[in-house]
Design a protein around this ligand. Structure first.
Ligand code: FE
Ligand code: FE
Length: 326
């Protein structure tokens, strides 16, 4: 008999990323190493361990030929592969700083999750025709500017808190609220827009989204419990969040996202037959959207998710607005 898989990690039953992150309340005690082996490695990843997608979920040939759609996907997955690699390296500090066994086990699993995400995003580029031999060099070259202007400042900010100041809870807040709080809605958008075009791409995104529900909800529980046990920590936590929001405001991520959304825009009309009436969100057909609208919707999802998660943690939402109010 196989061990039961938790519904939120079950490929068929798991909710979407935004719904899951808003509605579920998971903590480090339940999402321990045993949970990960049973529900993730043998659950979510059953038949999808090697590539992040089922062998039957194919990459269409048109994505292997030059064109704006292929370029959009190569850029998106190349950048995300690098971001996930840097996330993995950062999480090593969380494992070593974790105050107790539940937190240590949970961050050990998140470290493996992010290393896996980096791998499946990267290897998908090989499905698109990037030679395995030059894969790393190509990602390096295409993401050099993105790394220097977007990723490195975020990494330095996080290292200062978790490694140099040894503030584990502050590090958890930066990772889950500042970094993943913004990236998760972008990931949700990615899953929704690639699903009608490429089954393999859609499945890779779906698998990472299932993991992300766990990352967001468990971190929120760690923070909620930490602030409950140490109310005197809250002002410092809010100050960290304010500086994180200021940092994010200064970082030019928008130009990178809009560039690839515009490439997607050109490409999706060339394959309108595949997309048809597919709705990217309720009531709105993907084919009727613009690059700007999709970007704005991801921002709106970020705000909606933050509202629910901040309330769950008992923290004031205003601290996340650009004005930095309380
Ligand atoms: Fe990830
Ligand atoms: Fe994550």
């Amino acid at each position: 008999m196989t061990a039961p898989v938790a519904p939120e990690a079950d490929w068929e039953k798991a909710p979407g990323l935004l719904d899951g992150a808003k509605e579920l309340t998971l903590g480090p005690e339940e999402c321990d190493l045993a949970y990960w082996f049973t529900s993730v490695a043998q659950g979510t990843l059953r038949d999808r361990g090697a590539t992040g997608h089922h062998a039957d979920a194919l990459t269409p040939d048109f994505l292997k030929n030059p064109g704006p759609l292929r370029e959009a996907l190569v850029l998106e997955f190349g950048f995300r592969a690098l971001a996930e690699e840097l996330a993995t390296r950062l999480l090593g500090h969380y494992v070593s700083r974790a105050p107790g066994i539940p937190e240590m086990e949970f961050y050990a699993t998140q470290l493996i999750d992010e290393a896996r995400h980096a791998r499946v995003f990267r290897q998908h580029l090989v499905d698109l025709g990037v030679p395995q031999k030059t894969l790393l060099a190509e990602i390096d070259a295409m993401a050099r500017d993105y790394r220097a202007r977007v990723l490195d400042p975020v990494v330095d900010f996080t290292l200062d808190i978790v490694r140099d100041q040894g503030d584990f809870a502050g590090g958890v807040a930066v990772f889950a609220i500042i970094i993943e709080g913004v990236l998760a809605p972008a990931a949700e958008l990615s899953e929704r827009k690639w699903t009608p075009l490429s089954p393999a791409t859609g499945e890779i995104s779906r698998g990472t989204a299932i993991d992300e529900i766990r990352h967001l909800t468990v971190a929120s529980t760690i923070l909620r419990d930490h602030v409950r046990a140490h109310p005197e920590y809250e002002p410092r936590l809010l100050e960290i969040l304010r500086s994180g929001v200021r940092l994010w405001d200064e970082i030019p991520d928008r130009e990178f996202v809009i560039h690839r959304e515009e490439l997607f825009q050109q490409g999706m009309h060339a394959h309108a037959d595949l997309i048809g009436d597919y709705e990217v969100w309720p009531g709105v057909k993907l084919l009727d959207t613009t690059a700007e609208q999709r970007y704005d919707m991801a921002e709106q999802w970020t705000d909606e998710m933050a509202e629910v998660r901040m309330a769950y943690m008992g923290l004031p939402l205003g601290v996340l607005s650009s004005e930095g109010g309380a």
